[in-house]
Design a protein around this ligand. Sequence first.
Ligand SMILES: Cc1cc2nc3c(=O)[nH]c(=O)nc-3n(C[C@H](O)[C@H](O)[C@H](O)COP(=O)(O)O)c2cc1C
Length: 158
Amino acid sequence: MDFNEVIKKRRAIRKYKKKEVPDEKLQKLYEAIKLAPSGNNRQPYKFLFVKDTEKRKEIVSKACHQDFLYDAPILMIACCEKGKNFDTAIAVENMVLAATNEGLATCYIGWFERDVVSKILNIPDGMEPCILVPIGYGDETPEEKDKKSIEELVSIIE
Ligand SMILES: Cc1cc2nc3c(=O)[nH]c(=O)nc-3n(C[C@H](O)[C@H](O)[C@H](O)COP(=O)(O)O)c2cc1C
C-alpha cells in the first residue's frame, strides 16, 4: 500500500472477527518495531504479543469494561522503562501502521489497570506497561474522525 494511503486508512477499530493472524503478517509488525528510532538508540522497551486465551481474558478483565477486546486474537502490550513513553510511542505507531499495511485492525488502549496487568504479565521492576493494542481482523469500517484543521495544528514560523 502507498505510504499516504496507510496513514489515511488507519482507524481505531473496536469490533474484531474471531480469526487468527498468520505469523508472516506478525513478522512484518516485529520488523517495524525493530526499525523504530529511539534516543541514543537505547530501545528502552519490550513488546509482549499475548495469544494465550486465558491470559488475554485476564488482561481484558482489567481494561475497564472494553469488552470488544475479548474478540481480538492478539493483545500487544508495549512495556517501557519508566519515563520512556515517547520512544515507545514511536515504535508502537510503526507497528500500528505496519498492521494497517497488512490489512489488520488495531486500537490504542490507554484505559486499563497498569498495576494489575503488570502483575499478570510478570513485568520486571523498572518497566511498566504503557499501552495496549488489540491486533486482528476488523469487523467495522468507521468513517474518518473529525480532526482539527491543519491551520489549528501547524504554525509556520518564518
Ligand atoms: C494514547 C491513546 C489512548 C487511547 N485509549 C483508548 C482506549 O482506552 N479505548 C479506546 O476505545 N480508544 C482509545 N484510544 C483511541 C482514540 O479514541 C482514537 O485514536 C481517536 O478517537 C481517534 O480516532 P482514530 O484513531 O480512528 O483516528 C486511544 C488513543 C490513544 C492515542
